[in-house]
Write a protein that binds this ligand. Structure first.
Ligand code: GAP
Length: 464
């Protein structure tokens, strides 16, 4: 949605209060969440840089997922596998053969399209939707980035950037059973980069060529796979509830036969209602024994599990996978938190505030310390308070400008709590604690601040 350049106040109100990708992209840049990659050279499409607030948000989202998967599950352990893997991995996984998009090029303007993005009438007439030029026949385009390792550029030196983190888990599954004495059912979790040569990379960080995944592979006995599939569907839903996401913005989508990946017996996506519509956020997949059987076939290594508690019964485990995009989760959390609220009625731009209503556990800055004035020792006192809090909380310090403006700046950064140090603080040792969501202000003794913050974070409930 573009705001007309000559909009008057009543027209502007129509745009106010609504989250759009334009507004979110612009806020993300303005406040240092996400920048375009290599911007000074005109930008690199499909790649983005995470600024000071963005990296904090991304780390907290990854941390929340990691805690959920490993700390809260006794039988799930972590792994950090290399991005570069033996090229046979990708033959075994089916990616060399099957990980393709149908591609069509325009002979005239050289635009490139995914076949399913072209209107049916253009496709049947072989007419470019952009310039009307002639389109090529559809061809399969492999999404894996290919490079060469070592000095020689021959077929023996081909190497791929991994298009999913999952394969690093499968090739290590026996190592992990042996080193950590894991018994089925058990899981392996991993956070890491993945790369895909995506043809269409619009909508900010939604679909990019370089991105990060949060993947967990759960190894189960064949025959129990459907039960575990349903269990993981339940758990992933509850996880987003715990994160404080608007649950009416989430829904399930089951893959139809033409959507199922080559490895999947059943698959459901959790979709989120982004400003551009319902889109995939995470997938829960029943991958059967496809991956381990194929690695066994291609490596010649036995990938069967030996059940020592059950007369050494041997079988190839089935795998239930939960696979979310970390960078896509960053976008979801930004969209979910974004709010514009009318806070006054003076008829000017200050009537509205933009606020990111992050859960305090995800907010890049937990508490900002603001001296009412720089002078009279207030700045020094505020710095002292910051030093007391920074061991336990992510803090910020801001002494520039009017206090109202500073609150607005923290609202835009999604900081749930501000602490203001004023003249009374010098007299009686109390400070003002200001709550982002309600804008309520209370007085708290300085000595009780850390404990009060802990309480507030634990009891946090989103009000809007
Ligand atoms: N291991 C299974 C797998 O990779 P996927 O559905 O292709 O399945 C899983 O990807 C998740 O990774 C998606 O739900 C999405 O959140 C994220 N993802 C996939 N491609 C992406 C891209 N090009 N940019 C950003 N995130 C992506």
């Amino acid at each position: 949605m573009k705001i007309p350049y000559n909009a008057d106040m009543s027209e502007l109100q129509e745009y106010q209060g609504k989250a759009t990708m334009e507004k979110i992209t612009s806020l993300a840049k303005r406040r240092g969440f996400v920048f375009q990659s290599s911007e000074i050279y005109g930008g690199q499409s499909g790649a983005w840089d995470y600024g000071p607030l963005g990296i904090e948000l991304k780390n907290r989202i990854a941390g929340a997922w990691w805690k959920e998967m490993t700390q809260l599950h006794d039988n799930i352990v972590g792994l950090d596998a290399a991005i570069l893997m033996h090229p046979r991995t990708w033959e075994a996984s089916g990616h060399v053969e099957n990980f393709t998009d149908p591609l069509v090029d325009c002979k005239k303007c050289k635009s490139r399209f995914r076949e399913d993005m072209i209107p049916a009438e253009n496709l049947s007439a072989k007419k470019c939707p952009d310039c009307g030029g002639e389109l090529t026949d559809t061809r399969k385009f492999n999404l894996m980035f290919k490079s060469h390792i070592g000095a020689a550029e021959d077929t023996a030196s081909i190497i791929y950037l991994r298009p999913e983190t999952a394969q690093g888990i499968y090739v290590n599954y026996k190592n992990i059973i042996q080193s950590n004495r894991m018994k089925i059912p058990f899981g392996i979790a991993q956070v890491g980069k993945a790369f895909r040569n995506e043809i269409v990379t619009k909508n900010f960080i939604f679909r990019t060529c370089e991105f990060e995944q949060l993947e967990m592979q759960y190894f189960v006995k064949p025959g129990t796979d459907e039960e575990w599939f349903n269990e993981w569907k339940k758990q992933r839903w509850v996880y987003y509830e715990k994160l404080g996401v608007k649950m009416d913005h989430l829904r399930w989508h089951q893959h139809g036969p033409d959507e199922l990946a080559h490895y999947a017996k059943d698959a459901y996506d959790i979709q989120y209602l982004f400003p551009m519509g319902w889109r995939e956020l995470e997938g829960v997949h029943n991958r059967t024994d496809y991956d381990l059987s194929r690695h066994s076939e291609y490596s010649g290594k036995d990938m069967q599990y030996i059940d020592q508690d059950n007369n050494n019964e041997r079988y190839t485990p089935y795998i239930i996978e939960t696979s979310a995009g970390l960078t896509r989760n960053v976008l979801m959390i930004l969209c979910d938190a974004y709010d514009e609220e009318k806070v006054a009625d003076k008829g000017d731009a200050d009537d509205w505030r933009t606020v990111l209503r992050f859960h305090p556990n995800l907010a890049p800055i937990t508490v900002a310390i603001l001296p009412l004035m720089k002078k009279d020792g207030l700045a020094e006192l505020a710095q002292e308070i910051r030093a007391e809090l920074k061991e336990d909380y992510a803090t910020d310090y801001d002494q520039a400008g009017a206090i109202g403006r500073r609150y607005r700046r923290q609202d835009e950064a999604g900081t749930p709590f501000c602490v203001t140090v004023d003249y009374e603080s010098k007299e009686d040792g109390t400070v003002t604690m200001r709550f982002r969501d309600s804008m309520e202000q209370i007085r708290v003794p300085r000595a009780e601040l850390a404990a009060r913050l802990r309480q507030e974070i634990k009891a946090y409930k989103r009000i809007k």
